[in-house]
Design a protein around this ligand. Structure first.
Ligand code: NAD
Ligand code: DAU
Length: 358
């Protein structure tokens, strides 16, 4: 089996990580070592199509476990790391910030140190070719007013425990580049949506609540704005940055798809009305319910993705209409994925289908 390189993906059992793992196995000849602790957000069923792929190896490992990381580096000798493992949900960070500090800050520190220890053993050519790619969020830049866009030069103003922990991890990565010369890349991306997203995030939550006849809880007035990017477009951007980005650089990634939350929910309801009408013939819109606002709720995110377009030739392929239709179709066509998430069965998917092997 020919492989031109081995890469570590952390968080590869999560929503974006699993899309990236599948894309890399499909579009490169790389060997992918998928490192994930399998928290509630990790779902190996999302990797069902590739779990047995000869170039995919899954390791159930916490990024805070330095000894385990060192052993993985020694065994697989990667040419780079794409780091997605994180606690990712803002509401959870408000109710319990501790895990966010542990994984997003301390975990990134531990991973950086394990990477640096491995990287420092390489010869000068391999050292120069090595990449540590940190996958981050536009939320580190805080909140925009009604106009303007985040760019790579926007000042850091994180407002939630989640975004503060991601901001801290961005700073660590930047420092490891400037102090130790580790060839790092940072990407800051806007809101992702698509198949296999855990139903705590806006779009899958609304979708499943709608189908389940439950209320659709819209925070505040529903006029907060997010810039939506289809997950496979993000995965393509990560591949492009990892392969062609310049060490020490930052790339902002966004979908050019600004929508208020109300627009998102109304579009989703209209799609469901068309694709899977309610038994009583009424619209899913009737399930909309306005609830108390999220504390510290950021008003608007929007990305100027000009740099990655100009320098690396990346553009999103989906617009919000096409991407949302694909997403709704996927959830309607995969009720078992959702049922396993809701029942908790997804946490035992590997053992059930393949016997214990992680
Ligand atoms: P997710 O919550 O779906 O997945 C996170 C994955 O990380 C899970 O598989 C989980 O098991 C794993 N993980 C958590 N803690 C770990 C630990 N200590 N050690 C090893 N693995 C651990 O997240 P996502 O939405 O796929 O986001 C992936 C990354 O992209 C995150 O770093 C997030 O901050 C960033 N990001 C997300 C979005 C978005 O809209 N979802 C947008 C921009 C950036
Ligand atoms: O911008 C990138 C970020 O996008 C990522 O870094 C995060 O990991 C990801 O979770 C996402 O953060 P948000 O807070 O923007 O996403 P969420 O899906 O939680 O919420 C989107 C918007 O919808 C936000 O304005 C809050 C609102 N909302 C959310 C939920 C879950 C509701 O109105 N009702 C809800 O029930």
């Amino acid at each position: 089996m020919h492989t031109s390189k081995t890469v570590f993906i952390t968080g590869g059992a999560g929503f974006i990580g699993s899309a990236l793992v599948c894309l890399l196995l499909r579009e490169t000849d790389w060997r992918v070592i998928n490192i994930d602790a399998l928290t509630y957000a990790g779902n190996l069923e999302s990797l069902a199509d590739v779990i047995d792929h000869p170039r995919h190896l899954f390791s159930r490992t916490d990024i805070n476990n330095r000894a385990a990381l060192d052993a993985l580096f020694r065994e697989y000798q990667p040419a780079g790391v794409i780091h997605l493992a994180a606690e990712s949900h803002v509401d959870r960070s408000i109710h319990g910030p501790g895990e966010f500090i542990k994984t997003n800050i301390e975990g990134t520190y531990t991973l950086l140190e394990a990477t640096r220890a491995w990287w420092s053993t390489l010869d000068s050519q391999a050292k120069a070719a090595f990449r540590f790619h940190h996958v981050s969020t536009d939320e580190v830049f805080g909140s925009l007013g009604t106009s303007g866009f985040f760019t790579e030069d926007s000042p850091y103003q994180p407002n939630s425990p989640y975004s503060a922990s991601k901001a801290a991890s961005d700073h660590l990565v930047r420092a490891w580049h400037h102090t130790y010369g580790l060839p790092t890349l940072i990407t800051n991306c806007s809101n992702n949506y698509g198949p296999r997203q855990f139903p705590e995030k806006l779009i899958p939550l609304m979708l499943l609540n709608a189908l389940g006849g439950k209320p659709l809880p819209i925070y505040g007035q529903g006029d907060n704005v997010r810039d939506w990017l289809y997950v496979d477009d993000h995965a393509r951007a990560l591949h492009r940055v990892f392969a062609h980005g310049l060490p020490g650089e930052i790339y902002a990634i966004g979908g050019h798809n600004e929508k208020t939350n109300l627009e998102v929910v109304d579009t989703l309801c209209a799609l469901l009305d068309e694709l899977q009408p309610r038994a009583d013939g009424r619209s899913y819109r009737e399930q909309k319910t306005f609830v108390a606002d999220r504390p510290g709720h950021d008003r608007r995110y929007a990305i100027d993705a000009g740099k990655i377009g100009r320098e690396l030739g990346w553009q999103p392929q989906e617009n919000f209409t096409s991407g949302l239709k694909k997403t709704v179709r996927w959830y309607l066509d995969h009720p078992e994925w959702t049922a396993h998430v809701i029942s908790g069965e997804y946490r035992h998917w590997l053992d059930k289908n393949y016997g214990a092997r992680t």
